[in-house]
Write a protein that binds this ligand. Structure first.
Ligand code: PRT
Ligand code: ZN
Length: 284
């Protein structure tokens, strides 16, 4: 049995349960209101914790693995291994200053007071850049610190940037890009490692599928070669004759990123009836 620590409630909780579900790992009643639950579809016990406690819990071996924001992993700086980046809860840790401040570069931070809930990451950054600023640790509502005179500038999580905007602040330096990560204890037994491998295998299949689309299109036979060259990724798409003479149906898998660019090229080359379908799992 593998023990996984996840956030009890908050920004990570729902998406974590969702990605586990996509991996075929179900927890009765979504573990609602519980501190501990066991999956009946995978040998996994789940501990529901505050996100701040997850790195320590995994480092101490109370949980073998955990899912938590990389920002928290870096701040807590415990002996854990980052196994996989999970692509959700993306955000960044940035320095933001009052919008009327004439900020010209990092040296402007010298002598200022910076409010943050991430003192360790900030201390490390200031040291690396040889800057002398005072760190004012605060646990919440960091964005209001400058306006109430607690600090000059802030160092906090930014996602869309709208919280900064509504508090009269502007982002000037990005220090860390973060997303949810799967972390593991460094001394897992052979059996625990084998279960972790199974979990990672399933996560790969789910994460990979999210980046790709299944595409079907009808093309005139004389354009098959041209269109096969446009479709990236898959070396050899499936080609099937249509009942309509001179036409074929082409099936392939393409990366979401290249999607619009390729669609235009396909249309220019006579492709019709283009269907783009999400893929649930991808095992290569
Ligand atoms: O109760 P517990 O301690 O478990 O949770 P928490 O309150 O400490 O954390 P929670 O649930 O708020 O966030 C969990 C994790 O989500 C964080 O550690 C990040 O890894 C990630 N994450 C992603 C975010 C955001 N996006 C985010 N936007 N965490 C916080 N915010 C806050 C930010 O602090 C700021 O106040 O949202 C505001 C900024 O958002 P924008 O969109 O206005 O820029
Ligand atoms: Zn927290």
């Amino acid at each position: 049995m593998l023990t996984l620590a996840i956030q009890k409630s908050g920004r990570l909780n729902e998406k974590t349960l969702h990605i586990l579900e996509e991996c075929g790992i179900r927890i009765g009643n979504g573990g609602k209101g519980k501190l501990k639950a066991v999956s009946n579809t995978f040998p996994l016990e789940i501990l529901f914790l505050r996100d701040d406690d997850i790195p320590e819990c995994v480092a101490d071996g109370i949980a073998h693995v955990g899912i938590v924001g990389e920002n928290v992993v870096r701040e807590k700086d415990r002996q854990v291994e980052i196994i996989e980046r999970l692509g959700f809860a993306r955000c960044r840790l940035s320095i933001a200053v009052p919008k009327q401040m004439n900020y010209t570069g990092l040296e402007d931070l010298n002598g200022l007071k910076i409010a943050t809930s991430y003192p360790n990451i900030l201390r490390k950054f200031l040291k690396e850049k040889a800057l002398q600023a005072e760190i004012y640790e605060i646990n919440g509502s960091v964005e209001i610190a400058p306006s109430i005179g607690l600090a000059d500038v802030i160092f906090d999580i930014v996602s869309t940037g709208s919280t900064l905007l509504s508090n009269g602040l502007k982002e000037v330096e990005t220090v860390l890009k973060s997303e949810a990560v799967l972390i593991a204890n460094k001394n897992l037994s052979k059996d625990q490692k084998a279960l972790l491998d199974q979990l990672v295998f399933r996560l790969h299949a789910v994460l990979k599928a999210k980046n790709f689309k299944y595409i079907l299109l009808n093309v005139p036979n004389e354009k098959i070669d041209t269109i096969c060259n446009i479709l990236p990724g898959m070396k050899s798409p499936t080609v099937m004759p249509l009942a309509l003479k001179g036409w074929s149906s082409l099936h392939s898998v393409i990366e979401e990123k290249a999607f619009w660019e390729v669609i235009q090229q396909l249309k220019q080359n006579g492709a019709q009836g283009i269907l783009v379908i999400p893929i649930e799992k991808m095992i290569l």
